[in-house]
Design a protein around this ligand. Sequence first.
Ligand SMILES: [Fe+2]
Length: 394
Amino acid sequence: MSTELQETVLKLTSLKPLVKGGVDSTGAQFLPESTKARFDKYGVDYSNGYPVAPDTSEIPVFVDEVLKVRNKEVPYIERGKNADPEKKALFGAAKEVIHLTKHIGTEIVGLQLSDLTDQQRDELALLIAERVVVYFRDQDLSPQKQLEIGQYFGPVEVHPQGGRVPLEHGGVHVIWMDQAKRKGFLKTSFKKTGGTAHWHTDLTHEFQPPGITHLHNDAIPNVGGDTVWVSGYAAFDKLSPAFQKFLEGKKAVYKSLHGYIDRENPLSGPKNIEREHPIIRTHPATGWKSLFVNRAYTTRIVGLEPRESDLILEYLFGVFEKNLDIQVRFNWKPTKAGLGTSALWDNRISQHYAIWDHEGEEPRHGTRVSSLAEVPYFDPGSKSQREALGLSLD
Ligand SMILES: [Fe+2]
C-alpha cells in the first residue's frame, strides 16, 4: 500500500471510534467516587488507565474483517423457555414486584442479582421477555458477577473497539458519556443530543443481535439521567392488521454504529457493517411478535423503492417514539448511598433512549453486558402480545 493510501486509511479509521485503540490514560482520574469504591471492593485495577480497549493494531480496519468477527451461528439457549410461568422462586423471594406501567417495565425490590439461583435467573429471563425491562435498585454487584450473569443468558458480546473494564474478559463495556464528551468523541450538547441520547436498539447489525442487556449504573446523578424504554410488542399491536400483514416476512437492513474501510474502495470513506433481519420477529420465549426497527440503525426495507422505504420507516419509528402509553421512563437513583441500580432489558423487543439532561454536570457511569441471542426469525404462526393475552385489538 502506498504511503499516501496508508495515511488516508489511518485518517479514515480514526473518524469514528468511541475509544481509539489502547487505554484511556487520563480516564481514571475522572472516575466517579462511587465507581472507584465498587472497583476497589472487587479488585478491578484501573491504575493503568480506564477504560481499556484493544490496541490499535488489534482493532479491525476493514469491513470484511469485522464481518468475520461473528459471522456464524453460535448455540443459544433461551433461558426464559425453561421457566415457571408463575415465577414463584423469583417473586417468592422478592419483597415487592412493582409494574411501573401497564405495558412495560417492572421493578423488583429486595433481591440482590448476585444471589439469584439458576431457577430464579430463568424466571427473570421470562419476566424480561414479558415485561421488556426489569429493574433492581440498591445492588452490590461486581463487574465480574455482572459478566457471569450475562454469560448465563447467552454468549457475551465483545466489541471490536469499544471501551471496556480492565478484566481478562472484554465483555464488560463502559457506558460513560461524560468521559466520551470530555475526550471529544461525542459532541452531545443541550441543543444536539447524540451518543446514547437518542432512540436506538443496541447492536442490531450483529448476526445474532443481543437479547438480554444488563446495564448497571454505579454513578447516578442526583437529578435526571433517566432512561426511557419502549415496547416492540406494543408497537406491533398499534398497527392495523392489514399493515401488520404487509410487514410480516419483510426484511430490513441494520447498520453498525462504527465505520470501517471497504477494501475494494478504501477512499470512499468509513462504511458501516450491514446485515438483514426480519422487520417483524418472534420472541422465542413468549412466542409474541415484535416490531424490530429503530431510527438509529435501520436504514431501509428490502424490496421497496427508497422513497417507499423511507416513508414507511419514518412512520414506524414514530410509533415507538410518539406513543407514551407503551413507554416507561426510569430514574436510576438507589434508595441507599453507595449502591448501584441495574436494568435488564430485551433488545429483541425494545428501543431505549438515555436522557442527557444532567449534561455531564454530575457523574453518570455504568457497565454494560450484552448477551447475544438467536438469529432473528419470524414465525408466521406466532401471535401478537395482545392477541395472546386476550386483550382488545382495537
Ligand atoms: Fe443503548
